[in-house]
Design a protein around this ligand. Structure first.
Ligand code: SF4
Length: 401
């Protein structure tokens, strides 16, 4: 007889969460709006940057006034700090200095902590990059998306191909030994030649890491509107698959290893911050639209900058959602997020972490998908999503949600 799934997870316990935590700071400003974007971001004005600095600092201080948070996180070890956006590099360097100082005085930073800033080519300046290095940033992530001039225009990116190449070169000149470039595949109108051209340029710039995202049509984006009006062709999933094979081949032939669905790295440069999400670790998020997981609570901040700032100013919780996560829910999240990793999920470790039989849970819940070849479990209990499973993730994850 098959044991019901809820029985298998009934006795689950929270993991001890002894590992260092990650901190994410969201910067919700950009120079303009890319056509495909639905991220939390609005157009930048200098006075908004200063006000936002004050608000984010106040939010961090607000958290520490809560006894439970202060007891749990004061002196928590931190091994990653990530400024994402939006376009963080659009802000003046004092924003980062003040936030880093506050974080360093509130938490316990490990000496080898990975400190990342996302940079967009149009706002990359050597003087600022040198400042960032001095402040302790040791990783830069450059949002390029394409090295094809026409594609950049169709995306409504704020930079040209030449600016992207120049940005990569000044990142190196400023002394960053760990930098990443983001690309997008499957943008309407993208051709085999243009994706090959972008990859060739990327490879020639020798970033240690790259994330190549498959385009997803976001509800409310300008691209959705353009497609609905027939101004641009719809997204072609078959082409995305075809292009992704090219991406995989070109990057792996040039010394990159895929370690997550969209992420490739030279040896030793996997993004430690993003691994927090995939490896079931604790991360705190501050700023408009930022998300966090404290271990038993998952929260998301209000995305609208004005409403977020009002809440913080009035000492109100800045959340748009705040949910208790039971050990059973966390176990399932750990399984889903771990599935994105090429190394898969070690079901023995997961069992020990949650005090449940993870192997029995997976086998009972997705038996038919194993038979269909979407999922495999190795003899040493490593759970993997197969290549065919990767294009049918929703069918797999709905079993656990
Ligand atoms: S730079 Fe990034 S966050 Fe800003 S509009 Fe473009 S895609 Fe969105």
């Amino acid at each position: 007889m098959v044991t019901p799934l809820y029985e298998l997870l009934k006795e689950a316990k929270y993991p001890e969460d002894k590992e260092p935590i990650g901190i994410y700071i969201h910067v919700p400003f950009c120079k303009n709006r890319c056509n495909y974007c639905d991220f939390v971001s609005s157009l930048y004005k200098e006075e908004n940057g200063n006000k936002y600095l004050h608000t984010v600092k106040k939010e961090i201080e607000w958290h520490f006034k809560k006894q439970e948070f202060a007891e749990r996180f004061r002196n928590a070890q931190v091994d990653t700090l990530y400024f994402g956006g939006g376009t963080p590099s659009i802000l003046k360097s004092n924003f980062f200095q003040e936030i880093i100082d506050l974080c360093r005085s509130s938490f316990r930073f490990l000496p080898e902590a990975e400190i990342t800033i996302e940079i967009n080519p149009e706002s990359a300046r050597l003087s600022e990059l040198l400042e960032f290095k001095k402040m302790g940033f040791n990783r830069a992530s450059l949002g390029v998306q394409s090295f094809d001039e026409e594609e950049l225009k169709r995306m409504n990116r704020a930079h040209s191909r030449e600016e992207a190449i120049r940005a990569a070169s000044i990142i190196r000149e400023a002394g960053f030994k760990n930098f990443s470039i983001d690309l997008i595949t499957g943008y309407p109108g993208q051709t085999k030649e243009s994706i090959i051209g972008s990859l060739e340029k990327l490879i020639s710039l020798k970033p240690e890491h790259t994330s190549v995202y498959r385009l997803e049509l976001k509800h409310g984006s300008h691209l959705e509107y353009q497609i609905e009006r027939g101004e641009v062709p719809p997204i072609d999933e078959e082409k995305i698959e075809e292009f992704y094979k090219i991406v995989y081949e070109m990057l792996t032939q040039n010394g990159y290893k895929r370690y997550e669905m969209s992420s490739f790295t030279k040896p030793g440069f996997a993004c430690q911050h993003n691994l927090k999400f995939w490896k079931d670790r604790i991360f705190l998020g501050f700023g408009a639209g930022a998300q966090g997981m404290t271990g038993s609570i998952r929260y998301a901040n209000i995305a609208d900058v004005a409403s977020y700032s009002d809440s913080v100013e009035y000492g109100q919780p800045p959340y748009v959602s705040y949910k208790k996560v039971t050990p059973q829910m966390r176990f399932k999240i750990a399984l889903i997020m771990g599935s994105y990793l090429v190394e898969g999920v070690d079901l023995v470790s997961l069992s020990n972490r949650y005090h449940v039989d993870a192997l029995a849970f997976v086998k009972n819940s997705v038996r038919n998908l194993i038979e269909e070849g979407l999922i495999e479990i190795t003899p040493d209990s490593i759970f993997h999503i197969t290549d065919s499973g990767r294009s049918d993730l929703n069918r797999i994850f709905c079993k656990w949600s």
